[in-house]
Design a protein around this ligand. Structure first.
Ligand SMILES: CC(C)(COP(=O)(O)OP(=O)(O)OC[C@H]1O[C@@H](n2cnc3c(N)ncnc32)[C@H](O)[C@@H]1OP(=O)(O)O)[C@@H](O)C(=O)NCCC(=O)NCCS
Length: 184
């Protein structure tokens, strides 16, 4: 079981320790909000949007069955008028990958977005080489909607970005019923 709790200042150093290179940071978070190396002031600024009323982003630390923090996830770019948001910055702790932990993390955030915030559409961007993330998102029910070719420069490389989305009715058909309590 994986539960979500709000990401706070107490989580900053652990998250910083999970990001060990610029490439990994861009893979995880894109190149808009953060610059490598990740720092506490960057994370303080990041949380300002979460502290707004109403929040523009909801940021969570994932906790495993033993109570150990095992990941990070965000529902960002929340636009209540347009009923849309983005699933962003999904990260499973390096030592905990490959065990299926991302699935309940993603599902909990989708439930929050579609059922708690009554959103119509949740989208995400993922780099084309990121097979584990793409597989996790497809399994959660996201649909591939587009490809932004060579959209991100990292060092001397250019990465393709895949756009994926899920609609409220797709969520309701797949996971929306009988999914247990929301741990967020
Ligand atoms: C992407 C990430 C969140 C996936 O979390 P996870 O809990 O380790 O993933 P899972 O164990 O649920 O595996 C997801 C799927 O990827 C597959 N997978 C795992 N590692 C893989 C790899 N190296 N290559 C290809 N597929 C892989 C799994 O078999 C699984 O496939 P399935 O859904 O068909 O069973 C995690 O790897 C991570 O934190 N990566 C670094 C940060 C990142 O890239 N975040 C995504 C930003 S968009």
């Amino acid at each position: 079981m994986v539960t979500l709790r709000p990401f706070t200042e107490n989580d900053f150093d652990r998250l910083i320790g999970w990001i060990d290179s610029e490439a990994h940071m861009v893979q995880w978070a894109g190149a808009v909000q953060f610059t490598y190396p990740l720092t506490r002031p960057q994370l303080e600024a990041y949380l300002l949007d979460a502290a707004r009323t109403p929040p523009l982003r909801y940021v969570f630390t994932a906790v495993d069955a033993e109570g150990n923090p095992c990941g990070h996830i965000e529902l960002g770019a929340v636009n209540r008028a347009n009923e849309t948001a983005s699933l962003c910055r999904v990260l499973v702790a390096p030592g905990a990958r490959g065990k299926g932990l991302s699935a309940p993390m993603v599902r909990n955030v989708l439930r929050m977005g579609f059922e708690g915030l009554h959103l119509r559409r949740i989208e995400l961007r993922v780099f084309g080489f990121n097979s584990a993330a793409i597989s996790s998102y497809l399994r959660a029910g996201f649909v591939r909607e587009g490809l932004l070719r060579k959209s991100q420069k990292v060092g001397n490389e250019y990465w393709d970005t895949i756009l994926m989305g899920m609609l409220r009715e797709e969520w309701q058909q797949r996971d929306g019923v009988g999914d247990g309590p929301l741990h967020a």
